[in-house]
Ligand binder design. Structure first.
Ligand code: ATP
Length: 249
């Protein structure tokens, strides 16, 4: 069965229906990206899928024993509580030095182990957060706008890292991205959310496009594609689940 499966998922906040009748499945090893405008319910969907937001209707099912790794959008580090990267990796569960080192190695930042958390750059912190999420050997990794605040090369490098992690560890990956123009071509599916599933499909690989080459070079093996989706349309694509053409630039 799917790792996570939702049927008819509806979430209301007071009078506002934030999510309406959403069906969702993700399988082992799949990479799925959720895109959509502000307030379209992306974070709410993620929270509902990990049982952190209560559905008003519909259901969410997890495969038995599912292990979830979560990379938050950002971490609010209390500056009055100094904490090294090594100690942070012990939260919420103590890990051995070997495990801690291996996790940082995997996310490409082994040299940060003794550093203070609040002295890290945005990109370094994301890699530390990812390392921590990987410690529990998750079946699925959820990332909520994990590249916010990174510059474009930093963002591209982070997405390539995510793809490596999937290839090495075999975990499924579910990402929320606010960056409509950049999603992974390695995504098996892109889900476009606007309160409901507006449309979903495979992003086109544009590794041959000049803009792509200029931004990411030719050595990334198609790790990134430029993908743009207009939200100006009426929702006539609601029944067109193969709509994934977008506009390349
Ligand atoms: N706990 C809550 N109480 C009341 N309203 C909420 C709550 N959580 C979310 N909402 C509302 O639900 C809607 C969807 O919010 P959500 O954070 O899921 O959107 P999003 O697509 O992740 O947005 P963004 O791109 O801005 O992060 C918004 O209108 C938000 O104000």
């Amino acid at each position: 069965m799917s790792l996570i499966s939702a049927r008819g998922l509806t979430v209301r906040h007071g009078a506002q229906t934030v999510l309406q009748n959403v069906d969702f499945d993700i399988d082992s090893g799949e990479i799925v990206t959720i895109v959509g405008p502000n307030g379209s319910g992306k974070s709410t969907l993620l929270r509902a899928l990990i049982n952190a937001a209560k559905p008003s209707a519909g259901s969410v099912k997890h495969k038995h024993g599912l292990r979830i790794g979560y990379v938050p959008q950002k971490l609010h580090v209390d500056a009055t509580l100094p904490m090294t990267v090594r100690r942070f990796l012990d939260l919420p569960r103590r890990v051995s030095d070997v495990e801690a080192e291996a996790a940082l190695e995997r996310t490409g930042v082994p040299e940060l182990i003794k550093r203070q958390l609040d002295g890290l750059s945005g990109g370094q912190l994301q890699r530390v957060l990812l390392a921590r999420a990987l410690l529990g050997a998750p079946d699925i990794l959820l990332l909520d706008e994990a590249t916010q605040g990174l510059d474009q090369p930093g963002e591209a490098a982070f997405y390539r890292l995510i793809e490596d992690v999937r290839n090495q560890m075999g975990c499924a990956i579910l990402m929320v991205s606010h960056e409509l123009h950049v999603v992974m071509s390695a995504s098996d599916r892109v889900i476009c959310l606007n309160g409901h599933v507006c449309c979903e499909g495979t992003p086109e690989v544009v590794s041959a496009a000049p803009a792509y080459r200029q931004l990411f070079g030719t050595g990334t093996g198609g790790a990134l594609a430029l993908y743009r989706h207009d939200h100006d349309h009426s929702h006539d694509c609601a029944h067109d689940h193969d709509h994934h053409e977008g506009h390349h630039h």
